[in-house]
Design a binder for this molecule. Structure first.
Ligand SMILES: NC(=O)c1ccc[n+]([C@@H]2O[C@H](COP(=O)([O-])OP(=O)(O)OC[C@H]3O[C@@H](n4cnc5c(N)ncnc54)[C@H](OP(=O)(O)O)[C@@H]3O)[C@@H](O)[C@H]2O)c1
Length: 522
């Protein structure tokens, strides 16, 4: 293991990173997330030897399921969602899993859950350590935390350690996020709360900081003197996948920008932290978020583009438009695409635009960061023949084809000076083996009490402070009657339709063309 990797891991090697015995208590355990992500992650951790011998998982949900039916559902999920399926190793884990039927509104359920967890802990030697995972609809998050507190299972539990993981979405806007933070912190202290953004669990996202800070050659260039602009794209080719009701309420800004896009932006633009401790890293991210120029409602018109997909062709298949999807209103105003120009008012980035975009039903699934450098100060070769010569670019490919590319001009062999763009490629595939899934890394860190890759209270609120004015200008915040006198209102902000399978509405190209730039093809 390299020194850089050890630093990110807080000094542990993979072999040392094994948590103490604990119980994972999953609320919403009969749902999609548990089957699709959590259990495959646990299984993979177990296969890698990252779960302690003394481990138990208790799934909590309302529907009547016995232990057997619950385990069978998880086993089926493993066959469907885990690359390795449920092999013999699952037999061990299978015996550690049980089901508790309970109602989140009912205090008696939590008393009974407490008794069951206490018994289990004694029986299996789990040391009273508990990791709660909130995988329910978000309305239940605060209620569950409060019920845990009332039953003596909150942050002041003295029988062992106690931590709580909270899934996204974390609030709908700044006010609801603040309210959720207040209610969670009434029961758990900040260092016991783990707000998940699974992007931070991705190897290639963590590598952004390693790449910047462990290599002496790039960090000196990472500023307004050498960087012309930055592009961050998270493109999805899928549509709603049966989640129309959820997406109608969320939209692309809440679903992707407030969390994943802003996390990528923070890691690319933040100042180097003094160490990789949880607070050092998150202090710098918060400082960066606070340096981003806020959007007035007029800025929303100028610097933010939204769109909604219409019918079109993706992967050779005809697909319906957003408004024809199940669970979506025929006159829906929900955006499925957002692009924004972001300006950072600090010493390092003054005047350097960051362009971000994310959308559904785009031509392909791709997440990447492009750092475009300023051209050479003097073109000694201006009278030579050049083909396709662009600015130097550093491309951090987050997914798929994880890797890094560097584009530069090079001489085409021959008797005259002819210059052409070339790209040097590094692929994560060269490490061999399968990269750990994001949820695997995050579950492990939470079990170890390491919150570096989780979002802190002030961080989540800073991200909402930035995005809520955009929702207000679009009329998509429940509490707002619309923006204050004279400001831009929803009717003024266009919601252009783009054909599924295209790169978004034409306005998105104009956003960059106004500055003399163009989106890089993904
Ligand atoms: N699925 C994903 O890939 C994914 C990805 C990122 C984030 N998330 C987030 O994770 C959470 C769970 O997502 P999911 O896809 O697993 O949802 P889901 O399939 O609808 O499952 C929700 C779970 O919560 C329980 N539940 C439903 N309504 C409830 C209510 N009113 N009060 C209490 N419990 C209730 C359900 O079981 P019972 O009805 O049996 O109680 C079920 O176990 C959501 O907040 C979602 O935004 C999901």
């Amino acid at each position: 293991m390299s020194i850089e990797r050890q630093a990110l891991d807080g000094g542990h090697t993979d072999g040392e990173r094994k948590p103490l015995p604990f119980t994972l208590v999953v609320f919403g355990a009969s749902g999609d997330l548990t089957r699709r992500k959590l259990v495959p992650a646990l299984y993979s951790m177990d296969r890698r030897g990252l779960l302690p011998e003394q481990f138990a998982m208790v799934g909590v949900a309302r529907r009547p399921l016995g232990d057997e039916a619950f385990r069978n559902g998880l086993r089926e999920g493993l066959h469907q969602f885990s690359e390795v399926g449920a092999g013999t190793r699952w037999d061990r884990l299978d015996h550690q899993v049980s089901y508790f039927q309970g109602d989140y509104q009912d205090a008696a359920s939590f008393e009974a859950l407490k008794r069951q967890l206490d018994e289990l802990s004694k029986e299996k030697g789990l040391g009273g350590n508990r990791l709660y995972y909130l995988a329910t609809p978000p309305e239940a998050y605060a209620v569950i935390a409060e019920q845990l507190g009332k039953a003596g299972m909150g942050g002041d539990w003295t029988g062992g350690w106690s931590r709580i993981i909270v899934e996204k979405p974390f609030g709908r806007d700044l006010t609801t996020a603040q309210d959720l933070n207040r209610r969670l912190q009434a029961v758990f202290s900040e260092d016991q709360i783990f707000r998940i953004d699974h992007y931070l669990g991705k190897e290639t996202v963590q590598n952004i900081l390693v790449f910047r800070l462990a290599n002496g050659i790039f960090e000196p260039l990472w500023n307004r003197q050498y960087v012309d602009h930055v592009q961050i794209s998270i493109a999805e080719h899928i549509g709603l996948e049966g989640r129309g009701l959820y997406y109608e309420e969320a939209g692309a800004l809440r679903d992707m920008v407030q969390n994943h896009v802003i996390q990528l932006l923070s890691l690319v633009a933040m100042e180097p932290p003094a160490s990789f401790g949880a607070d050092s890293v998150r202090d710098e991210k918060v400082k960066l978020l606070r340096a981003i120029r806020p959007y007035s409602s007029k800025d929303v018109l100028r610097s933010v583009v939204r769109g909604q997909y219409g019918a079109g062709t993706v992967d050779g298949q005809l697909v319906p438009g957003y408004r024809e999807e199940s669970g979506v209103a025929p006159d829906s105003q929900t955006e499925t695409f957002v692009a924004m120009k972001v300006l950072i008012d600090n010493w390092r980035w003054a005047g350097v635009p960051f362009y971000v975009r994310t959308g559904k039903r785009l031509p392909r699934r791709s997440t990447e960061v492009v750092v475009a450098f300023r051209p050479a100060p003097h073109s000694a070769f201006r009278n030579t023949v050049t083909t396709g010569l662009d600015a130097n670019e550093l491309i951090l490919r987050i997914q798929p084809d994880e890797g890094i590319g560097l584009r530069f001009g090079t001489k085409i062999p021959g008797p005259t000076i002819r210059i052409q763009d070339a790209e040097m490629q590094f692929s994560y595939g060269t490490f061999g083996g399968k990269q750990p899934e994001a949820y695997e890394r995050l579950l492990l860190d939470a079990a170890l009490g390491d919150s570096t890759l989780f979002t802190r209270r002030d961080e989540v609120e800073a991200a909402w402070a930035l995005t809520t004015p955009i929702l207000e200008a679009w009329g998509r915040v429940d509490s707002a009657d619309g923006p204050a006198g004279g400001a831009v209102g929803n009717r003024d902000v266009p919601l252009p339709v783009y054909p599924a399978g295209s790169w978004g509405p034409a306005e998105v190209d104009r956003l960059l063309a106004a500055d003399g730039h163009a989106w890089r093809n993904l």
